[in-house]
Structures are given as structure tokens and as C-alpha cells.
Design a binder for this molecule. Structure first.
Ligand code: ZN
Length: 499
């Protein structure tokens, strides 16, 4: 290894130490920290992320990157280091003009705003959250003026979560989905619906944790480099290169939500765990394309998890742990997990109406960042859009605009990734059926790990090396289009609802 490359990897090691500290504090704040400890933990969190920020905006770092980018040096580097250096330089250019004080103020303001949002949602009090939301929007706009001057602010946000995607790309895809789902949802609504309350009973939390363990193992989660926790909202987080954690949230009256959260978060975790080990600690190992990430979690949650065949190999074990499930037949279980109906809460929505929940948030974000709609007008705008898209109106802000965490910590532009993930899934399913053989059969025969292995080989191991558009082309899925997703919905629900 050349001296320069050694200097670079030593730098990444040191940076990783600060990032690990940030991750441990973030994990603790979201899973365990008691209220009284929050302020001092936020201070520590801001200290370590500011250290990392200073390292990656320093002149010596810029000089090292420039030396690595010298053509004669650059050409000799391995491909993932070339990717990492190029990406580092890009991010350096974006963040070098952000004042350190502003950056640390942003970090603590977003963590504080998230905590206030939690309370505001609990107490159904939008007025409590409004000043924080206003501050996050203002700070985000100011941040974008530093990092992406001259760029359309909403496109700049989209680019952070899904490289290369702009409103120009997304508008026609989402419009096609909006139009395509209208007749399907009308046809479904006209049919008899399953009685979802039949599943209600008592489901022991300890036993539900064991069901999660079964699902994680079944899908291929590696417990030697991963563990589980609990939080208000399920999420996945890599604390370092060999520590990927998933959380869940349990309800004692019904177990299905937690089962599907396990499928989903495990999909994220598999992506993280299966990245080529050489890429770890470099930008090539950090998959920040959230559309691609969500395509993996949503593939396990929806395309595979809502397929009856997914459950056949493990259903007996699950019922043994959760005896109240014996009150329903397997076929009833399958219709309950595929019950399609408009509802208020995104995270409880079925896979079809879910798309409209995301389109609503996409349109809201465009209203905030393109049309500059004021914070006071947002709750009513939300409710109007809910009525327009889903035909129902929230009774209060807790089941309306306050329901999601994303805007509280400044994650504007993230929501579209969920639906892009599903769009990619329609395309990936088509390829899987062509290349691996009939997916229904593979699942029914308990060979789901063959699907995980295919995803690892074709998608996961490459980490961030290829953009989502490139990944889809490389696997033979072609240009991004909503067609396959709509086809999957139409074929599947025509069968299930006998349309
Ligand atoms: Zn997710």
C-alpha cells in the first residue's frame, strides 16, 4: 500500500471512531435513554458529530483527496477506493462552506425537534411542534444555500436520498401510479372485505420477540454481526461495520404489524451486512441511496412477505408461539395481510394504498420547498390531500400531519424513496422470476435464502458503487418505470379479491 493510501485509510479509521460514537448515542437516544439524560446526551452527540464534520471539512483532508485524485495515482487505486475518493471530494465541496457553528446548531436543533415532535404527536398538539418544524425548514433551506447553491432546493434534497433522481424523473412515475391505482382501488372497495378484528387476542411480547428471531433467521440475518432492540418506530442502523441493529415495536393485541416490521427492517439489515467487507469504512460501503435501500426492505416486507407462500415453511412454528393465531385459518391470515383499504396512518397501510400516502408527502414537500407554503397552512393542506387521494379526512393532527417523524429531524426528501423502492421492486420481481425461477415455488419450498443470495450477489455486495438506475440496468431490469409494479398489483389483487 502506498504511503498516501495508508494515510487515507488511517484517516477513515479515525473518522469512523467519531462516527461510531455518534451512532451509539443516537441508538441510545432512540431506544433507551431516560428523559432526564437527553440534554447532556444531545450535547455529547453534537460534540462527536462536530468532530467528524471538522475532519471532513479540513484543508489537510482536501489536500489529501486532491493528491489521491491526481490521474496517475487515481488510476492505480482499486475501484471502490476510486468511488470513495470521488464521493468524498464531492461531499467536501458541498460542506466546506457550511460554518461549523451552524452545523452543530443544526445537529442539536434537529435532535431537539425530534423529541418535541414525539410529545406533540402524543398530545395531538401541532402548535407545540410548529415552531420546531418552522426552524427545521428554515435551517434546511439555509443549509442547502451553503451545500447546493444555485440548485433547485427540492431536487437537491431528493439527490441526497436517491442520487440522480429529480422531480422531473419522479413526477411522471408517481402520476402513472396515481392514475393506475384509481380503478384498482375502486374495484377492490366494491368487494367483500376480510374481518381483520378476528386476529385480535393476547400476544405475549416475549413470544413476539421469538417470532422476530424466526423471521430474521429465515431471511438470512447474521446474528454474529447484528442484534435487535425496541423503539417507538422500528428502524435499522449500522453502528459500525460489523454491528447492524434492527428495532421493533410490539403490540399485545395483534402480532402482524411487528411481524412485517421484522421482515422490512431485516431487508435493510441484509443490505448492510452483505456489502463487500473491503468497502467497510469507505463511502462505497455506505449505501445512502434510500430508494435502493427501501427496495430491499420493501421486497421482503411486501413482495415476499405478503405472498402466502412466504409463510408456509414457518407458519406452524409461529402459531406455536402465538396460540391466539389459531382463532383464524391460514387462508384468513393471508387475506388479513392483504386487506386493501384507505387508512390514516402510513405505517399501518397496505402495500397498495401505501403508494398514495407517499405521493401525498411528496406533494407536501414540494409545497414546502418549491411553493414556500407557510407552516400554519400545512395541517389543512395535509387533510385536503388525504381526502383527494384516499377519500378520507383525519379527525386530528395526530392522525394527520403529526404522524411521521421524518420532518422533525429535517429528513425532507426521504419519503419518495419508499415508493421508488416499491417501483424498483416491481422491476426486481420480474427479473427474479426470469433468472431464479418461479418465486412462489421457491418460497413455498422454503428456499427463500436463494433469493437473499441472489440479492447479495447482484445488489448488496456492491454497496454504493452503482446508483439505483445503474443497478437496475445491470440486473437487466432496464429504465425505471412504474409498469411492473402496477402489473404486480393488478394481477395479485385480481386473484385475491376475485375482481
Ligand atoms: Zn425502511
Amino acid at each position: 500500500m502506498s504511503d498516501l493510501l495508508k494515510k487515507y485509510t488511517d484517516f477513515l479509521d479515525e473518522l469512523d471512531t467519531y462516527n461510531q460514537a455518534v451512532n451509539v448515542f443516537t441508538w441510545d437516544l432512540q431506544t433507551a435513554a431516560p428523559d432526564m439524560s437527553i440534554e447532556s446526551k444531545l450535547k455529547a452527540l453534537s460534540f462527536f458529530s462536530t468532530k467528524a464534520f471538522e475532519m471532513t471539512t479540513s484543508d489537510s483532508y482536501a489536500k489529501m483527496l486532491d493528491e489521491l485524485l491526481e490521474p496517475s495515482v487515481f488510476e492505480a487505486l482499486p475501484d471502490y477506493i476510486r468511488y470513495a475518493v470521488t464521493e468524498n471530494k464531492l461531499q467536501y465541496e458541498r460542506f466546506k462552506n457550511v460554518p461549523t457553528d451552524f452545523y452543530s446548531e443544526y445537529v442539536s436543533a434537529s435532535a431537539r425537534s425530534e423529541k418535541v415532535w414525539e410529545k406533540a404527536k402524543e398530545e395531538n398538539d401541532f402548535a407545540m411542534f410548529a415552531p420546531h418544524l418552522e426552524k427545521m425548514i428554515a435551517m434546511k433551506k439555509k443549509m442547502l444555500a451553503y451545500t447546493d447553491p444555485g440548485k433547485d432546493p427540492y431536487d437537491a434534497l431528493l439527490d441526497q436520498y436517491e442520487k440522480g433522481m429529480t422531480t422531473k424523473d419522479i413526477d411522471p412515475i408517481f402520476d402513472e401510479i396515481k392514475a393506475g391505482l384509481k380503478p384498482l382501488l375502486a374495484a377492490i372497495a366494491a368487494k367483500p372485505q376480510p374481518d381483520i378484528n378476528k386476529v385480535n387476542g393476547y400476544y405475549d411480547v416475549e413470544k413476539q420477540r421469538k417470532v422476530q428471531d424466526i423471521i430474521l433467521k429465515y431471511q438470512g440475518f447474521d446474528t454474529k454481526s447484528g442484534t435487535t432492540g425496541e423503539s417507538a418506530h422500528p428502524f435499522t442502523m449500522s453502528l459500525n461495520e460489523s454491528d447492524t441493529r434492527v428495532t421493533n415495536h410490539y403490540n399485545t393485541t395483534e402480532p402482524i404489524n411487528a411481524m412485517f416490521s421484522a421482515c422490512h427492517e431485516c431487508g435493510h439489515a441484509l443490505f448492510e451486512q452483505n456489502v463487500d467487507p473491503r468497502y467497510k469504512k469507505t463511502a462505497a460501503g455506505e449505501v445512502e441511496m434510500m430508494g435502493l435501500h427501501e427496495s430491499q426492505s420493501r421486497l421482503y416486507e411486501n413482495i415476499l412477505g405478503r405472498n402466502a407462500n412466504y409463510w408456509i415453511p414457518i407458519y406452524d412454528q409461529i402459531v406455536e408461539l402465538l396460540p391466539d393465531l389459531k382463532k383464524i385459518t391460514f387462508d384468513e391470515f393471508v387475506s388479513i395481510i392483504n386487506y386493501v383499504h384507505p387508512s390514516m396512518i402510513r405505517t399501518d397501510a397496505d402495500e397498495v394504498t401505501y403508494c398514495l400516502h407517499i405521493i401525498l408527502r411528496y406533494e407536501m414537500e414540494k409545497a414546502i420547498f418549491i411553493d414556500n407554503v407557510s407552516v400554519g397552512d400545512l395541517p389543512a393542506l395535509w387533510n385536503d390531500k388525504m381526502e383527494e387521494l384516499l377519500g378520507i379526512r383525519p379527525a386530528n393532527d395526530a392522525e394527520g400531519i403529526l404522524q411521521d417523524m421524518h420532518w422533525s429531524d429535517g429528513s425532507f426528501g426521504y419519503f419518495p424513496s419508499y415508493l421508488l423502492g416499491s417501483v424498483y421492486d416491481g422491476m426486481i420481481l420480474k427479473v427474479l422470476n426470469e433468472q431464479l425461477g418461479d418465486i412462489d415455488t421457491i418460497l413455498r419450498e422454503g428456499r427463500i435464502k436463494e433469493i437473499t443470495a441472489w440479492l447479495k450477489e447482484n445488489i448488496h455486495r456492491h454497496g454504493a458503487l452503482y446508483s439505483s438506475k445503474e443497478v437496475l440496468k445491470r440486473i437487466g431490469a432496464g429504465e425505471v418505470t412504474a409498469g411492473p409494479l402496477l402489473k404486480y398489483f393488478n394481477e395479485k389483487y385480481t386473484k385475491i379479491y376475485n375482481l
